[in-house]
Structures are given as structure tokens and as C-alpha cells.
Ligand binder design. Structure first.
Ligand code: ZN
Length: 325
């Protein structure tokens, strides 16, 4: 008998990566799995799911489920299942019970206020199997809350869903969510609410259009302490084995204190097999050499802004961390 699964976790618990791996495992066995997500979650209108770590898979929208012959699949996988409506969960239950197709849903349990999302509520109530995908708070305890961060502070009031809003999220344990404590110095990935970091970002990349493209294609990492943002980096994967450091900026008061070095170290640790390139003016050469880059070549056109006038820009490269003795 097929089952309905709900696998829930806080943000950053690799739910989407898990979903993509499950789909891959089906394909590897010569079977088919259909990936689905709610349309409202698709800000870009692309039928694709994408994990934080950069894995992608094609998908369909759950809103179109009635026009899909689900019996041709061995399994349905639903990402961002917290956004499902009651009716959509009911449809999934029927697919499991009447068509005998297993459905695996991945989603958040609760919103930034600690309230269940509608999709999670009905999945909690009706799923055959409920499994937790774990992640940790900065303190090491299990993170069960998705704290909404606005201007460096944990906020606990507001709308449940703000698309294109000016806030970001971080997973915290219940205690630190309640206390609003964001911990000591640490690096986390920022996936939304880029506007709150706009000043710092634009100091490294003044071309707003290019910055928007880099944020869309790449990953932004923030080094913060308590609620204060100290430094940021944007890394764009240009090829299978090549990352372009598109932006790197430290708040003035924190320059020369190792912030940028920590961010580069973080990116290298995440992608030990990648070569990292950075383009910077000549006066930053000493800095890049100190953090493990070597001078590669002079570039006549800045790849970040395509400005042909910036002919004093130098390109630096950092070899894969794995190649180091
Ligand atoms: Zn904690």
C-alpha cells in the first residue's frame, strides 16, 4: 500500500536537496518520480526546484495536478509543502489511497511566529509517516524555529508569507527564538531580504543590474555577530569546477579583522573541489595573496561590470582546497 509521507524541518535542513536525491534514486532504479511545488513559491516562474547547495530538478506545479496522469509515476515528491492548501493535501491523500501512488512531502513545520503553516497542519494530521529532517541552531541544539530577521533583529509579528519582502530567515532552537538571540559571530547563507544588505553589497558591486543577476544565480553569505552584519560575499558558480567571487565587502569598522578571510574560508570549505576566481583593483592584491589567492592575469574588461575602462583590474585565482598539501 502506498503511503503519504511528511518530512518536515526548519530552514536550512536540506529538505530540497533530500527531495532531489529521492527523485534521483527513483531514476537510478529505472523508475519515475514527479517533482511538484506550489506555484506561488515560484517567484521566477521557472518550473524547477533548486537546493541551497545548487542541485536542481525540473518540476510541475501542484495547481496543475488535475491535468497530470499521476499513475504513470512511481512516486510524487512535493517540495515547499507548507504552502499547500487543505484541498491540495486532500488531493494528495486521494492519490495515495485511490491510485496507490506514494507521495513524499517536504516542508517547514511552523512559520516565524511558531504557528503551523496550513499545508503542514493537514500533513501532520493526515500523513501516514511523519519524519523530521534535522538542523541545528548556532548553539548546537536542534533548530525548530524559523526566525524572521529584519534589520538585524528577530521579529515575531507580521504576515505569514511576504513574497519579495525585505526580511531573511535563520533557524534557531526554541529558546533562542524566544529570546531573539542570534548568537556570536557566525556565517549563514542569505536567501531573501537582500535589501537589508544593499548598502554593503553595493559597496562591492555598484552596478545594481549586475548585483541582481549575481544574487539570482549565486549564493550570498553573511558574517554577522548578534544581529549586526559585518561582512558579505556573493559566490557564483560559473562552471562545474569554478566559482566566481562576485562580491566581497566588509563594514568599514570591521576591516582588517579577518571577516573577509573567514568568508573566503567558508566558501572554500563548502566547495573544496572548486577553483575560485576574483577580480579586484591592484591595491587589493596584497589582501588576496594573504587569503590564499595567486595573481592570475590582468583583465582588460571587468567581468563583474563589463567596464572596458577598468583596465587596471587584476584577476586572482584560488586553487581547490583539496589540492593543498
Ligand atoms: Zn539555540
Amino acid at each position: 500500500m502506498a503511503k503519504l509521507y511528511f518530512r518536515y524541518g526548519a530552514m536550512g535542513s536540506s529538505k530540497t536537496a533530500n527531495a532531489i536525491m529521492v527523485r534521483y534514486n527513483y531514476m537510478e532504479r529505472g523508475q519515475t518520480a514527479l517533482m511538484l511545488k506550489p506555484h506561488m513559491e515560484s517567484r521566477d516562474g521557472v518550473k524547477q526546484v533548486r537546493s541551497r547547495s545548487g542541485l536542481t530538478a525540473p518540476c510541475e506545479y501542484i495547481e496543475d495536478i488535475d491535468s497530470i496522469d499521476v499513475t504513470q509515476y512511481n512516486c510524487l515528491i512535493v517540495d515547499e509543502a507548507q504552502f499547500l492548501t487543505r484541498e491540495q493535501v486532500e488531493k494528495l491523500v486521494k492519490i495515495v489511497d485511490e491510485k496507490d501512488v506514494p507521495v513524499i512531502c517536504y516542508g517547514l513545520r511552523a512559520d516565524f511566529k511558531g504557528e503551523l503553516f496550513p499545508g503542514s497542519l493537514y500533513l501532520m494530521a493526515w500523513a501516514d509517516a511523519i519524519e523530521e529532517v534535522k538542523t541545528v541552531c548556532w548553539c548546537g541544539r536542534k533548530a525548530t524555529f524559523n526566525a524572521r530577521i529584519q534589520d538585524g533583529k528577530v521579529v515575531r509579528t507580521g504576515e505569514q508569507i511576504v513574497l519579495g519582502g525585505n526580511e531573511s530567515y535563520v533557524s534557531l532552537c526554541r529558546k533562542h527564538w524566544a529570546q531573539g538571540l542570534l548568537g556570536g559571530r557566525g556565517i549563514r547563507r542569505i536567501e531573501s531580504g537582500f535589501d537589508q544588505y544593499r548598502d554593503m553589497l553595493s559597496s562591492a558591486q555598484p552596478d545594481a543590474g549586475q548585483l541582481a543577476r549575481d544574487l539570482e544565480r549565486g549564493e550570498m553569505f553573511l558574517l554577522s555577530e548578534g544581529g549586526d552584519s559585518l561582512a558579505e560575499a556573493v559566490a557564483v558558480r560559473e562552471k562545474e569546477d569554478l566559482i566566481r567571487l562576485a562580491s566581497l565587502a566588509t563594514r568599514e569598522a570591521y576591516r582588517m579583522t579577518g571577516c573577509a578571510r573567514s568568508l573566503i574560508g567558508h566558501i572554500r570549505a563548502l566547495y573544496p573541489k572548486m577553483r575560485i576566481t576574483a577580480t579586484a583593483p591592484e591595491h587589493l592584491a596584497a589582501f588576496f595573496e594573504k587569503v590564499g589567492f595567486v595573481y592570475d592575469r590582468q583583465v582588460n574588461e571587468c567581468p563583474n561590470c563589463a567596464d572596458p575602462a577598468s583596465n587596471s583590474m587584476l584577476c586572482f585565482a584560488c586553487l581547490p582546497a583539496e589540492d593543498e598539501a
